[in-house]
Each structure stands twice: as structure tokens, then as C-alpha cells.
Design a binder for this molecule. Sequence first.
Ligand SMILES: [Zn+2]
Length: 362
Amino acid sequence: MFTHRLVFPASVLRGRGAIKHLGAMCGRLGQRALLVGGERGIASVEEQVAEQLDQQMVSYLGHDMLTGQCCEEEIKRLADRLKLQGVEVVVATGGGRALDTAKAAGVLCNIPVVTLPSVAGTCSAVTPLAFRYHSNGQFRDMYPLAYGPAAVVIDADLLATSPLHWLSAGLGDTLAKWYEYRAISDLGQLTGLSGVARTNSELCFTLIKHYAADACEAVRKGQANLALEQVLDAIFLYAGLTSIMSNGAHTGAAHALYDGFTACEKTRHIAHGLLVGFGNLCLLALENRSDEELLVALELARASAIPVHLNEISPDLSDADLSLIIDQSLRAPDMANMPTEITHRQMREAIARVQTLSLVKT
Ligand SMILES: [Zn+2]
């Protein structure tokens, strides 16, 4: 008997200026708060976080700057500090790796975590999952957490000031929700849960198709607009719901190719969603979709500033590098979700077809 466990965040605050509710949210959870995140994330929010906590008379204990991967050592180090300092609530900022590290450490010592993403690279802010890496940067596993964030604060004004490639990464990862879900789900086995996951993932695709170009423009200008708010909802809320409803089993060849890229030193530092975004295109080619469909997907990827050619990912990838990446992708658990077995040659041909079509003038 399989029990389906759905873990939602307790509260979600979204929209422009949502950060103004952070202090009240934290005040309900604890009286001693620590800000946790990467260097850029902390720099972009610390002043507002401290002010918010001050308004609610929550003690601000300063910040813990994460430097490494979301790996077991870093999670344990942070958990030890949370216990040692008597932290009662964690405000986690940054991107997926920082948020995942903070969520995992919070669960380890039973301290509530409020996520305040400063970049929109993944839906990590809402999920009860941590993507763990080895300390050398190679992907390790998708680690399920006992509970999700106590609250999520998605502030479009804050996210409009983040570098564009992070929004592009979020768009790539969120498009995968639809492309991969469609590729791996069994339409003959419709249930309410799979239907919600499917509908949410298709909504993600529709919103991104409609709003991606204008949302990217908003980030280029550093000024939030409706399009940015809509794609942020897709990245965090609807994509997050897809992950939660499908219990993590929503990934396929695009994420497997990402896993492959993490085996190569030249590509492992590139944002998850940018590599997944390229992987989406290869997935469509693996499914033998028509040139017309691929060209539409390529245009959407370009509008979202997602790489459409290996040269845009790394200019000096050798044939041996590509073989290593493909071999690793074939071993990835995500690849096992595909309806048919994928061979090295098929993956190579899929990548070559995407690259050829990427050069077609439309
Ligand atoms: Zn992903």
C-alpha cells in the first residue's frame, strides 16, 4: 500500500511589496531570528529583513552566509549553529541551493523556516524537498523533508532586481514541469492528483508562453510588472504545486540531462534551470516531435533567455565531455521515468537535432 504524502507550505504571501509582511509572519513563529543565504541574497534583503523583525520586536541574530553546496556537511554545520545560537525562526534567502540547505537544517533541528527567495531560479521556496549535492558539486539526490517551509514570501519588487539569468533558469525549470509531465504521465491512468499536477503544469506553460518576454524585460529594467508577477506565480506556486501533487515523480529526460551536466566540470556551475531549459528541447527531440513543434519551443526558450545550443552553455565542450554528460544522464534516476529506454545514440541525435534547428531562421 502506497501512502501519498502531500506537504504544503503553511502560508504563502505573494505580490509586490510582500516583504512588508515578513516581520509579522516571523513574530508568530519565534522571537530569535537568523537570516541564512548566499552572499548576494543576504546583501539584497538584509536591511529590510532587520527592519521588519525590529518592527515586531523579534531579535535579529545576524546572518549565516552559505558558501558551499547544499550538501550533508553544510546542512549539518548550519543545523549545529541554529541549535547553538538558540535560533527560533530562520529566514532563508537566495536561490535553490541556499533555500534547500536552510530548509533541511531547519527540519533537522525542528526550527521553522520562512523562505524569501531573492532569485526565481527554482520552486525550492515552496517545496518540502532538498536537492542535495556532493561537496564537489555533483548532484547526489532529491531528499524529501518531513515538512515544508512555515511561510513563503514571494516579492515581485525584490525579484525584479535579480540577475536575468536566474529568472531564465526559473522559466526553464518551470517549462520542464509541462514538457516532462506530458512525456512521462500515463493518460490512461487519470486520477484527481495526477489531473491537478497535469493542469498546473500546463498552466505554467501557458503563462510562460504568454508572459515570458515581458517578464524578462521587467528584470532587465529592474522594475516589476504584471507579466513578472504572473511568471513568478508559475515558477513558485503552480510549479511548486505540480511537484507536491506528483510527489516528486514528475521529472524525465530534461532533468536527467541536467544531472549529466553536473558530472562535467565545465558545466556543473551553470544554474539548474538553464540546463534543464536546454534539456527540455532535447526531450522534445527524443519524443520525435515535429520540427514545427521544436521550432515553437526554441522560440519560447529564446524569449525566456534560455540556452538553445551547447555553445551557449560552454564554448569549449569536447566530444569526450559530451559523452561523459550523456552517459551520466542515462544513469540518472530521472531518465528511468521515461516511457521507453533511451540510448546514448538517441540522446546524441536529439542534442544534434536541437542544435541544427536552433540555427534555422524563423
Ligand atoms: Zn528542476
